[in-house]
Unconditional design. Structure first.
Length: 306
């Protein structure tokens, strides 16, 4: 009898693309295996209010993790940026496949670049991180709250008479929609979300069979980058409620991490970077978090959580 694996995934077009990509890779690595997708509607898919008002990152992950704990699925595929800072003790992040483009993309209704964006223009995003950095760069903009799956948000560009919207470049590339982007932001200008562009494969700690099978999908440089970024996030205690950003890049045996903490209106911003041996990724993330907290980040976080 052939082995089988059930993959838990959200039902959006992008989530299904990601889950099917993992399915295909598992089938290539383990010929004869049967892989099935189990679609799970998460709380993040059900609610209508902005995520930062209703619990943050874990809303797209929690229901799938609970199915994993109950044994209803064997493996979960998440967008790494949706992961909360801490996952349940029974679960493990087993693999991080090679990262896609981590940048943010601008889709403008008239196809103009960021430098040509109209003064007082209306730009849509559901991310406090993007909103803070946009307002820091251009206080004249009207930032409009935007919710929904990738395809839904693209449709709202015209439907809600917006001049532009900001999306993750990785989603556009995975769906083959990169031509819709007017411009991609340099990460030095618009620091991405923690984990942006990455996929996370989560398993039950006690399911050694599935953990071993999924481990073949791990891309070591990407895993180190996300280890540094998540250590940074964990030390800050951050989530969707606060404008926190970070991006690590591994080059050979070195890693560089830049991070940012901002006020919701973008008027105050603390940013910095750390670099060191790639093997010290986790410590480097914690070190940068402590540095930014000491330079005013702690005060910003206190006001957000007040």
């Amino acid at each position: 009898m052939s082995e089988s694996i059930r993959i838990g995934t959200r039902a959006s077009l992008l989530a299904l693309w990601q889950a099917n990509w993992v399915k295909s890779r598992l089938e290539d690595l383990h010929p004869g295996i049967e892989v099935a997708l189990v679609r799970i509607k998460t709380e993040g898919d059900r609610i209508e209010v902005p995520l930062f008002e209703s619990g943050g990152k874990g809303l797209f992950v929690k229901d799938i993790e609970e199915a994993l704990i109950r044994g209803e699925v064997d493996l979960a595929v998440h967008s790494a940026k949706d992961l909360p800072a801490v996952i349940p003790a029974d679960l493990a992040l087993t693999a991080f496949p090679a990262r896609e483009d981590p940048r943010d993309a601008l889709l403008s209704r008239s196809g103009v670049s960021w430098k040509e964006f109209p003064r007082g223009g209306r730009i849509g995003t559901g991310s406090p991180r993007r909103k803070a950095q946009l307002l820091h760069l251009r206080p004249d903009l009207e930032v409009v709250s935007l919710r929904g799956n990738l395809d839904t948000r693209i449709k709202k560009l015209a439907a809600e008479n917006l001049d532009g919207i900001l999306l993750a470049a990785a989603g556009l590339r995975r769906m083959g929609w990169e031509s819709k982007a007017s411009e991609y932001f340099d990460p030095e200008m618009m620091v991405p979300a923690i984990g942006q562009g990455g996929l996370a494969i989560e398993t039950h700690r006690e399911n050694s069979r599935v953990r071993e099978m999924a481990s073949g999908l791990n891309h070591f440089p990407t895993a180190l980058e996300l280890e540094a970024e998540r250590a940074f996030l964990q030390r800050l205690g951050g989530g969707c409620q606060i404008p926190v950003a970070g991006l690590a890049r591994v080059r050979e045996d070195r890693i560089r991490l830049m991070g940012l903490i901002a006020s919701a209106d973008g008027k105050r911003m603390v940013r910095g970077e750390e670099a060191g041996p790639a093997a010290e990724a986790e410590n480097l993330g914690r070190r940068l978090a402590l540095e930014l907290l000491g330079r005013g980040g702690a005060e910003i976080l206190q006001e957000v959580y007040r």
